[in-house]
Design a protein around this ligand. Structure first.
Ligand code: FAD
Length: 401
C-alpha cells in the first residue's frame, strides 16, 4: 500500500485548526495545516482569561483588557458590571486583534513541527485503497494538488465545506449574521461616553431584534457592531445608526466586515471513517453571547485528541469522542444560554427586565465567574438559589421592570 503524505490534514488555520495542528504536531504526528491566504476573520476579539491559561497564550497578545461591561436597556437605562476579582487576581475580558492572534497560533503550530501550506481546500477524494486524498489549490484557477492523508480535521469555519461535503446532516446550521466596523478609538474629549476599559452591550430592539449590539475597545481601535438571525435585517444601515446614536459617527473607519456565527452544535461531527470537524465548522459558538474563540480552541483540542486515538487504535469510533467530551463539558452552559437568548432577547419589554436583572450582585458574580473560568460555579449555592427564584419571578412576569 502506498504511504500517506501526512497523518493529519487540518483544514483552516483559525483558532480551532491552529490549536488542533499545534497539539498533534507536539505529539509527534506528521501534520499539515492548510489555510486560505489573506482575509482577516471578522471578530470582536473578546476572550476570557481562562483561554490564556488553557492554551498557553502570552498576555502580550492582548491589545486591551476590559474591566467592566455596561449593559444598555431599550429605555437607555445603564447597568455597569465590573468584572470583579478571580482566584488568579483581578478579572478582565481580554481583547485580541485576529490578524495578529491567528497568525501567532499558526506560527506556533509550525514551530512545533506542523507543515504550513497557504491554499484553498477543494474536496476530499478517495484512492483505490480507500485512503483520503486532500485536493487543494494554491490560488483560484490553479491546478489541483493532491495529498494522501490518514485523517482530516475540518476547521474551516462557519459554512464549512468540509462539513457540508462529508458530515451527514451538516447542511443547515442556524446562524446569527454579525457585522462590525473597526474604527479608530476616539479621544476621550471627543466621545465622553466611550471608555477604553469597558465593553458596551446594547439590548435595544431597533439595533438588534433578536441578539445584541456592541462596542468593544481594542487599544488604538474599537469594534462596533451587531448581530441578528433575521435574514433581511439591515446590518450596515443599523450600524451607521448606532454610531450616530453613541456619538462615534465621526471616527475614522478602518474596516467594515461581517460573517455568520453558527449557534447550534451539529448533531454529528465525524464521518464514521477518518474526518472530524471542529470550531465554527462544528457549530460551537455559545448562544446569547456569541463567544466562539475559546470554544473553537477547546473543540480543536478535543478533535485533535480524538484523531490521535483514532490513529493509534485504527478505530473510527474514537472520532466520536470529540463531540461527546465537548458536550459533556459545555453542553449544559450552551443549553442555558440558548434558553436565555430565546426568552430574554425576544422583545424590548423582556430586554428591559433582563438589563435590570443584571444589576443584581449575584447575577454579576455568577456571570463573570462562569465567563472567566468556563465552569458553572458550584461554590455559591445560595446565589444560585436566589437567582433561580428571581429568574422564575421574571419569567412568570411577577417582577416589575
Ligand atoms: C462579527 C463577529 C464578531 C465576533 N466576536 C467574537 C468575540 O468578541 N469573541 C469571541 O469569542 N467570538 C467572537 N466571534 C466568533 C468567533 O470569531 C468564531 O467563533 C471563531 O473565529 C471560530 O474559530 P474557528 O477557528 O472555528 O473558525 P475561523 O476563525 O472562521 O477560521 C476558519 C479558517 O478556515 C479558513 N478557511 C475557510 N475555508 C477554507 C478553505 N476552503 N480552504 C482553506 N482554508 C479555509 C479561513 O481562512 C480561516 O482561517 C465573532 C464572530 C463574528 C462574525
Amino acid at each position: 500500500m502506498a504511504q500517506a503524505d501526512f497523518d493529519v490534514a487540518v483544514i483552516g488555520g483559525g483558532p480551532s485548526g491552529a490549536t488542533a495542528a499545534n497539539d498533534l504536531a507536539r505529539r509527534g504526528l506528521k501534520v499539515l495545516l492548510l489555510d486560505r491566504a489573506g482575509r482577516i476573520k471578522p471578530c470582536g476579539g473578546a476572550i476570557p482569561p481562562r483561554l490564556l491559561k488553557d492554551f498557553e497564550i502570552p498576555e502580550s497578545l492582548l491589545v486591551a483588557k476590559a474591566r467592566a461591561a455596561r449593559m444598555i436597556a431599550p429605555s437607555g437605562r445603564e447597568v455597569d458590571m465590573p468584572v470583579g476579582d478571580g482566584p488568579e487576581g483581578k478579572g478582565f475580558v481580554g481583547m485580541v486583534d485576529r490578524d495578529v492572534f491567528d497568525e501567532w497560533l499558526r506560527e506556533r503550530a509550525r514551530a512545533n513541527g506542523a507543515t504550513r501550506i497557504t491554499g484553498s481546500y477543494e474536496r476530499i477524494d478517495r484512492d483505490s485503497d480507500g485512503m483520503a486524498v486532500l485536493v487543494w489549490r494554491e490560488g483560484r484557477g490553479g491546478p489541483d494538488r493532491r495529498l494522501r492523508v490518514r485523517s482530516v480535521i475540518g476547521a474551516d469555519g462557519a459554512r464549512s465545506a468540509v462539513a457540508k461535503e462529508n458530515i451527514p446532516g451538516a447542511t443547515d446550521v442556524k446562524c446569527v449574521f454579525a457585522y462590525h466596523e473597526i474604527i479608530k478609538a476616539p479621544e476621550p474629549a471627543v466621545a465622553a461616553d466611550f471608555d477604553p476599559d469597558r465593553c458596551d452591550v446594547y439590548y435595544q430592539g431597533h439595533l438588534s431584534p433578536d441578539f445584541y449590539a456592541w462596542i468593544f475597545p481594542h487599544g488604538e481601535t474599537a469594534s462596533i457592531g451587531l448581530g441578528s438571525a433575521h435574514k433581511g435585517f439591515a446590518l450596515r444601515e443599523t450600524t451607521a445608526l448606532m454610531r450616530k446614536q453613541v456619538g462615534l459617527d465621526g471616527c475614522e473607519t478602518i474596516r467594515k466586515e461581517g460573517a455568520p456565527i453558527p449557534l447550534k452544535p451539529l448533531k454529528r461531527w465525524d464521518n464514521g471513517r477518518d474526518i472530524v470537524v471542529a470550531g465554527d465548522a462544528a457549530g460551537v459558538v455559545a448562544p446569547a453571547s456569541g463567544e466562539g474563540i475559546y470554544y473553537a480552541m477547546a473543540c480543536g483540542r478535543l478533535a485533535a485528541d480524538s484523531v490521535y486515538q483514532f490513529l493509534a487504535t485504527g478505530k473510527p469510533a474514537a472520532l466520536k469522542q470529540a463531540r461527546k467530551a465537548f458536550m459533556s463539558k459545555h453542553g449544559k452552559v450552551f443549553w442555558i444560554l440558548g434558553i436565555m437568548q430565546y426568552f430574554w432577547y425576544s422583545s424590548d419589554k423582556r430586554r428591559e427586565r433582563f438589563v435590570k436583572m443584571c444589576a443584581d450582585p449575584d447575577v454579576q458574580y455568577l456571570t463573570w465567574q462562569s465567563y472567566m473560568h468556563k465552569e458553572l460555579v458550584r461554590r455559591k449555592p445560595v446565589a444560585h438559589a436566589k437567582i433561580f427564584v428571581k429568574d422564575m419571578g421574571h419569567l412568570l412576569g411577577l417582577s416589575r421592570a
